[in-house]
Design a protein around this ligand. Structure first.
Ligand code: CP
Length: 306
């Protein structure tokens, strides 16, 4: 039986595969018309057990722009999961209606478990506080286009580094490029988990930790802001205490490099003041746009469309 290629963790892709996806996405951006029939007759299912704007809609837009069709649900309550059906049963059924499944679930590991029973490729669109590999592909194409390289960069990661699945996947991917240094900026309660730090240590990746967003501001090539995620907290008081810990504004950017690239996976709440949106260094809305193109490239790869 032919082995199915899934994307559960960014580690499922080699560096060459990541670089090839970026190349194809860049070609799609330049020649979008020549891709508009590539997935004629193919169906993408989006099964979202947790809310989403960008990931779900960019995948749907990507498949429609490739000439394919989409089906799915955007909340568990509108599926038979609300009647007690298991994720595994849902996946086995939807595999009969589609060629590719994109799945977001609040439980860490749920897309991996689903992939073991699926007859079609599974893409992890975010599993709890664990991984978000297609956000990482979005981040990589953004860095590559905005900075012109994916190596020799000082990358500040700021906010919820404990539960931030986009941060965990991005660290994993960027650690494979040369000359990367991470500045980990978080309150003590939301520091990067030990298992991610161990990977950094094992790969001899340079990093420093600080609570102070200004301490290394003048060294950063990338500043990747993240939201403190209400849905990951068990205690409302902790969330309220930490939610506005970092608010990036014009004043805080005074010492930053002229070519700093400010990123955010979005949604944003308060962590970047809207006054920053007009700064030419603000890349987060461009980043969301690039997400569609890298997902088009990923759909082509997993469906083995030339
Ligand atoms: N970046 C991201 O995952 O956004 P959504 O939650 O809107 O999909």
């Amino acid at each position: 039986m032919k082995k199915i290629k899934n994307l559960i963790d960014i580690k499922d892709l080699s560096l060459k595969e990541i670089n090839d996806l970026i190349k194809v996405a860049n070609d799609i951006i330049t020649n979008e018309d020549s891709y508009k029939k590539k997935c004629d007759g193919k169906i993408l299912a989006t099964l979202f057990f947790e809310p989403s704007t960008r990931t779900r809609l960019s995948f749907e837009s990507a498949m429609l722009s490739l000439g394919g069709n989409v089906l799915g649900f955007s909340e568990a309550s509108s599926s038979s999961v609300s009647k007690g059906e298991s994720v595994i049963d849902t996946i086995q059924v939807v595999g009969g209606y589609s060629d590719l499944i994109v799945m977001r679930h609040p439980k860490e590991g749920a897309p991996f478990v689903a992939s073991m029973k699926s007859s079609v490729p599974i893409i992890n669109a975010g599993d709890g506080g664990h991984n978000h590999p297609t956000q990482t592909l979005t981040d990589l194409i953004t860095i590559s286009r905005e900075k012109g390289r994916l190596d020799n960069l000082v990358i500040g990661l700021c906010g919820d580094l404990k539960f931030g699945r986009t941060v965990h996947s991005l660290i994993n991917a960027m650690s494979r490029y040369k000359g990367i240094k991470f500045v980990l900026i978080s309150p003590n309660e939301l520091v990067l988990p030990d298992y991610v730090k161990k990977e950094l240590d094992a790969n001899n990746i340079s990093y420093v930790e600080t609570n102070d967003i200004l301490e290394y501001m003048d060294e950063l090539d990338i500043l990747y802001m993240t939201r403190v995620q209400k849905e990951r907290f068990f205690n409302e008081d902790d969330y309220v205490r930490l939610k506005d810990y970092y608010i990036l504004n014009k004043e805080k950017l005074a010492k930053a490099k002229k070519d700093l690239c400010i990123m955010h996976p979005l949604p944003r709440v308060n962590e970047i003041s809207t006054e920053v949106d007009d700064d030419p260094r603000a890349c987060y809305f461009k980043q969301a746009r690039y997400g569609k193109y890298i997902r088009m490239a990923l759909i082509l790869k997993l469906l083995e469309v030339k």
